[in-house]
Design a protein around this ligand. Structure first.
Ligand code: ATP
Ligand code: MG
Length: 561
């Protein structure tokens, strides 16, 4: 446990400290990428509890993914010790689930209602056809609740019963929401019921990283925070601790035309004069682009380790790179295949993350089913998960006639590894475990320690950071994405630009942006131009790589905004 008291905020910079120690009342922290939002959020909770005698059980911290929630919990444990357990930490869905569990009767549900899994949903859809209310009825007959209803049902409950809403406001007097720029209408309405207009609501986010409007998120809620919550205090964090100066300058120049933050500033905390420029590679083809990635990965990792350079340090960081330090980001999942193939041919290990979910991983559903049916004899959930894994592996060792032998033993082993941390968190509570499995919508199966190059979509990369980032397919039509021949609408292009900004700002030390001159799209090979998003970036920030374009002398004169 870290030292509490004034020392608690020592590891924050001046503005982070202002945010962490702000008095009660509505608080909006507008913070760009890499400015230490999570650090500030956890320190604020710790400070309030340790210094201002706020009860941990009066605190509710909401994040967007289960992994982010686990990370928050972990850091709070470190700062506060065992009392951190009394802070409620979760996703919107898990908070909704908790409210629903505590009020199942009032919602017309049995206490042991279950959350519909994909198979339940598919069956209900077949039975109900296109009729949404019929669909819900089919689920209800089996005491099932749909994922969306984890938010809509609690919302209806709190709206209908003012005393109940007041009881929750009395319980969670301090609410913290990360990534507030991506809340949707139902989440917003729920927050408004949970927090009075002058309540202790602390919202953190970056409007320039709002990338989920296609899922109903609305950055407008962020922008009107001060109207919704009276006398809201505003704190801006401008110091970026993540990226080298050239990477940060390029990112800031890229977002400039669409920035939603007035007077956006991002100052580099890292000022290494030797920091490499942003590598730009103009590939002739998709295959050429993939080769470029392979070659460069090989140079960065292979080259360094073969020559076994001593681990010199840049900015206090080790320069020895491993595969796990490297990420390849792309706009659409279909771009992954040629790169995965090329890396695999070069014997470079890869792990791919997309929008698939933990429960969609091979073996996970079988283990969950086994757990549900087997009941529990072993002590503790992790042991039960292991046991269920064994049963599943044995059962499928001899393929069955119905084709369900498709789960391979190695998939089961991986699935057990993926499920164990969650099982550990859920202790003995099987229902909690199964419902978390369904509600933790994002994969989060990605293992940050795996010795492999990570491939992921730009959307999935949100919130993460890597020493080396390749942003591939930086082409007009792909980023911004649009159907050939169609005219993009302005808002959509602005969101795509924000996505580009999210991608650039994942990089810590080295960033490579590449585009191919020809690519197959919609079944036909087409000529491609580089994305216009590159146009607002000072050419002096790039180092042109490869033979397709003439090399230019390096210009180390950085023009920082
Ligand atoms: P994003 O918008 O991309 O989610 P973020 O604002 O959440 O970014 P973090 O991921 O919390 O940023 O922090 C970025 C990096 O900066 C982390 O590696 C973090 O440890 C480091 N960092 C944050 N604050 C400080 C500080 N005061 N001193 C040193 N390092 C810091
Ligand atoms: Mg973050």
């Amino acid at each position: 446990m870290e030292e509490v008291g004034t020392g608690l905020l020592d590891r924050l910079d001046a503005m982070q400290r202002v945010a962490a120690s702000a008095p009660g009342g509505p608080l909006l922290i507008v913070a760009g990428p890499g400015t230490g939002k999570t650090r500030t959020l956890t320190h604020r909770i710790a400070y309030l509890c340790a210094e201002l005698n706020v009860f941990p059980e009066h605190c509710l911290a909401i994040t967007f993914t289960r992994r982010a929630a686990e990370e928050l919990r972990h850091r709070l444990d470190g700062l506060l010790g065992p009392v951190a357990e009394d802070v409620t930490v979760g996703t919107f869905h898990s908070v909704g689930l908790q409210i629903l569990r505590e009020n199942a009767g009032a919602a017309g549900l049995p206490a042991d209602f279950r959350i519909a899994d994909d198979a339940d949903r598919a069956a209900a859809r077949v039975e109900a056809g296109d009729d949404r209310d019929a669909y819900v009825a089919v689920l209800r007959k089996q005491d099932l609740v749909d994922l969306d209803e984890l938010l809509t049902l609690p919302l209806a409950l709190l709206r209908a019963d003012r005393k109940l809403a007041q009881a929750y406001r009395d319980r969670w007097r301090w609410i913290f929401v990360d990534e507030y720029q991506d809340v949707d209408e139902v989440q917003y309405e729920l927050l408004r019921l949970l927090s009075p207009a002058d309540g202790n609501l602390c919202a953190i986010g970056d409007p320039d990283q709002a990338i989920y409007s296609f899922r109903g998120a609305d950055v407008g809620y962020f922008l009107r925070f001060s109207q919704d919550f009276t006398d809201a205090r505003l704190v801006r964090l401008n110091r970026n601790y993540r990226s080298s100066a050239p990477i940060l300058a390029a990112a800031v120049q890229a977002i400039a035309p669409s920035s939603l933050v007035r007077g956006r500033r991002l100052d580099p905390a890292r000022l290494d004069p030797e920091a490499p420029l942003v590598g730009r590679y103009a590939a002739g083809s998709v295959a050429d682009e993939a080769d470029f990635v392979v070659r460069t990965v090989d140079e960065l990792v292979g080259g360094l380790s073969h020559r076994s350079l001593d681990s010199g340090r840049i900015d206090g960081r080790s320069t020895t790179l491993s595969f796990s330090d490297i990420a390849v980001l792309y706009r659409t999942d279909s771009q992954a295949a040629p790169i995965v193939d090329a890396l695999a041919r070069a014997n470079i290990p890869v792990q791919k993350r997309s929008h698939d979910r933990l429960r969609d991983r091979p073996g996970v559903a079988a283990i969950a089913r086994e757990l549900r049916h087997a009941g529990g004899l072993a002590g503790g959930l992790p042991a039960r998960v292991r046991l269920a894994g064994q049963v599943v592996a044995e059962r499928f060792a001899t393929p069955t006639l119905d084709g369900s032998g498709a789960v391979r033993p190695e998939d089961v082993r991986v699935a057990v590894d993926l499920l164990t941390p969650l099982a550990r968190r859920c202790g003995d509570d099987l229902e909690l475990f199964l419902s978390q499995l369904v509600t933790g919508a994002e994969v989060d199966a990605l293992d940050p320690r795996a010795e492999a190059v990570t491939l992921l979509t730009l959307h999935a990369a949100k919130g993460l950071e890597f020493p080396v980032v390749f942003l591939v397919g930086a082409e007009d039509g792909l980023l911004p994405l649009r159907w050939p021949g169609s005219e993009p609408d302005e808002d959509a292009v602005a969101e795509e630009r924000r996505l580009f900004f999210v991608g650039l700002t994942r990089a810590q030390d080295r960033l490579y942006v590449s585009h191919a001159a020809r690519r197959i799209r919609q079944g036909a090979e087409r000529d491609c131009r580089p994305t216009p998003f590159l146009d607002t970036i000072d050419p002096g920030l790039f180092e042109r790589l490869g033979e397709s374009e003439p090399r230019r002398p390096k210009d180390r004169q950085l023009r920082l905004i």
